[in-house]
Each structure stands twice: as structure tokens, then as C-alpha cells.
Design a protein around this ligand. Sequence first.
Ligand code: MG
Length: 308
Amino acid sequence: MSPRRIAPEGVTGIVDRARATLFGVAVGDALGATTEFMTPAGIRDRYGVLREIVGGGWLKLSPGQVTDDTEMTLCVARGIVCSRRWDPGPIADRFAHWLSGNPADVGATCRRGIEEYIEKGRIEAPPDEKGAGNGAAMRVAPVALYTLGDEGLLSRLAVEQARITHNHPLSDAACETVGTMIQRGLLGAPPRDLMAAEEELVARHPEFRSEGYDGNSSAYVVDTLRTVFDALFSTDTFEECVVKTVNRGGDADTTGSIAGAIAGARYGVASIPQRWLQALAPDLREELSALAEELVRKSPLFAGSSPR
Ligand SMILES: [Mg+2]
């Protein structure tokens, strides 16, 4: 099969939206960390509508500081770009190194999975009835960039990266769907194609349907994705999507970072408020930008062949 050709302006647009995807993870995390574990009423009393990156929150962050959502996403991205072929090992190694630094926030399922990797070298967590948290879906964005152009490959690798810590059908399905929405956004697909990804998920797991959303924004991956879908499909800018998401409170840094990733892919860098980008540490911004470009340039769409 001959490599697909992409017009130069197409390349520029895809790289831009790939950068916006990883920037979206970080700004959604930094904004949402302020309202994590709060109720919508508590957020209203304190902030009106939170739309500025001000830090604080239960972790007492400085403005622009990010948490595990961004840090684990960085581990996935760095682990992929350092390898010649797809290999979850370097990703797990980076998770292990990250955990050894005693991060301020780490989910229980992530911690257990990483500790098992450190102790037993187990790269795939065993099936776990309680493993339907959002900790794998929150870090899937780099896999979507790396597998751009091949949704089948995306599904396989999204699940492999997830299983390092989470082994549950709802987590697996959520990772595939978040990755698919990111990829369709990167390719400039219309909103109905992103909505179709929700429909494909709902056909397999009806509990994810966002119609009739109840406002529950917990770390249960079904609640998390319903929160994201509700905001994504009821707004038409990056800022409104992420603001709506994090003002639900609950697991707001993670809902914010997943919403930011998908909205970034859909709307591009220019749509992200400058004041949010400026709030991030410059070296973080530079690394996210470089990783995003490197990941999509390794993808089947750009390389013209499967990465493995
Ligand atoms: Mg977090």
C-alpha cells in the first residue's frame, strides 16, 4: 500500500491540533484542579463561574500547576517517542519513576498497578471489578496522536496503555472512544462524527449515553465521560467546553483534561485562551508542543505505514 499523501497545509493543521490536544490536557487539568471535589453550588458561591487558572483547590496548587492527569500523559508521550516500536514497557518505567517521586496526587488504581509493575514486572493489571475509574482514559491522548490514521490500531494500543493500571471493559471502551474523538477532531471531522463516536460507545455500553445527563462528575469513568460529552456537545468553543466541564466539580481536573484534549483536537491552538496557555510553565508548554509534533509525525497517517 502506498503512503497516503497529505497536503502541506493539511500537515500544518494536524500538527496544530495535535499540540492543542496536549495543551488541552494541561490547561483543563490546571483549571479543574481548583474545583476538584467541590460541588457546583460550592463553586458558584466561591467563584461565580470559574474561568481563570488560579490554582488552590484541595492540593493548594500554584496557578498553572498541573497534576497527575498531565504528568501521566507526559509519561505516556515520552515513553512512546523514546521507542522505535510500540512498547508499553518504557511507559510503565516512566510511571514507576514518576510514582517514586511521591506525586501530590495519584489515583488508587494507578498506584496499585504501578506498584505491581515495580514489584512483579507485570505490564498488564489483572481484571478488576473496581477498575472502572477514569485514570487510564485521562492519559490516552498521546496514543491517539501516535496512531492517527488507523482507528483499529488506536483501539488496540489505547487498551494496552490502559491495562498497565486499569483492566475493566468500561475503562477500555472509554479509552478507545476518547482516542477516537481526538483523532476525528485532528482530521477536521464535523461534530456529528465525534457524536457518532459516542453512539458507537453507547451501542456497546448504554450507560455512557450523555442524553439526560444527571450532573454527576465523579471519577467513575462513565460519569466522567458523560460529563465531558455533555459539555462538548452543548458548546461551540474550547473555552466554553472546558469551563462548563470543570464547573461541575467532582473529579474536575480529570474531566477538564479529557474535555480539553478532545476540544483541543477539535478547535486548535488559536481557540485556547492565551491567558490559560501563559499560565503553564514555559518548559511544560515547550515539551507538550514538541511531543505532540513528534507523536503525529510517527503516526500511520504521516509515516504511511503502521508504527508496528
Ligand atoms: Mg489530577
